[in-house]
Design a protein around this ligand. Structure first.
Ligand code: PLP
Length: 237
């Protein structure tokens, strides 16, 4: 079995090839290493292989790993990518660097109130239900403008962009469709609202190449690095 470090090296090769195909600079795509269900020792291995950004789905599991890896805290970023309930916003505002899964204004308002003044602003992405799946969380595309305008005006937060978990699709061409839609939405919002959002958080192990072809700036990858998750979990958490 390949080691975590070998998988990471391979993954950077895959990112480079997709960037080359898209005529994009390699450094325009950031790898967010998704560590949910994997132990802190695996995260440390990814750190030792050069990774500095880690994504967790569950607040408590994330906080446990942040604590287990407290010695790395100053040189890594922790991103919350899973659903966030209002009763968990305080610990997130205090412990994380990014939240990708903001899907209503109330959550952003609480994060803004609770972000400690001593910390830099919390980086925020709005989650969009880009495939229109009834079971999925995320704002409907038509709702995003109103929420984006309000979130951009909140203190202690920095609205960085949009995040999506598109419906799985079998072919590269089919995978590109929702990613293209999210990229189009970001461009429209920046133009219409005068915003400068710079982050398209899209692409996972199975559809990362399609996401990069459509402009992803941050890909969120777990199983291609750590192997299959044994604890059952959906991409939503
Ligand atoms: C689990 C998860 C990922 C990573 O998925 P893989 O298929 O393991 O690469 C990315 N984004 C979110 C929101 C997730 O929950």
């Amino acid at each position: 079995m390949a080691t975590i470090s070998e998988n990471i090296q391979q993954l950077h090769g895959r990112i480079e090839r997709a960037c080359l195909q898209a005529s994009r600079p390699v450094h325009s795509v950031t790898l967010l290493v998704v560590t949910k269900t994997f132990p802190a020792t695996d995260v440390r291995e990814a750190f030792e292989a050069g990774e500095r950004r880690f994504g967790e789905n569950y607040v408590q599991e994330g906080v446990d790993k942040i604590e287990a890896l407290a010695d790395l805290r100053d040189c890594v970023e922790w991103h919350l990518i899973g659903p966030l309930q209002s009763n968990k916003t305080r610990v997130v505002a205090e412990r994380f660097d990014w939240v990708h899964s903001v899907d209503r204004l109330k959550i952003a308002q609480r994060l803004a109130e609770q972000r400690p003044a001593a910390l830099p602003p919390l980086d925020i992405c709005l989650q969009v239900n880009i495939s229109g799946e009834a079971s999925k969380s995320g704002l409907a595309p038509a709702e995003v403008a109103e929420v984006a305008r309000a979130v951009a005006a909140l203190p202690r937060l920095r609205l960085r962009g949009l995040m999506a978990i598109p419906e799985p699709a079998a072919t590269l061409e089919a995978q590109r469709v929702p990613h293209r839609a999210l990229a189009g939405l970001l461009a429209t919002l920046n133009r219409d609202l005068g915003l400068a959002m710079d982050t398209l958080s899209m692409g996972m192990s199975a559809d990362m190449d399609a996401a990069i072809l459509e402009g992803a700036t941050m890909v969120r990858v777990g199983s291609a690095i750590f192997g299959a998750r044994t604890r059952p979990t959906s991409p939503e958490g």
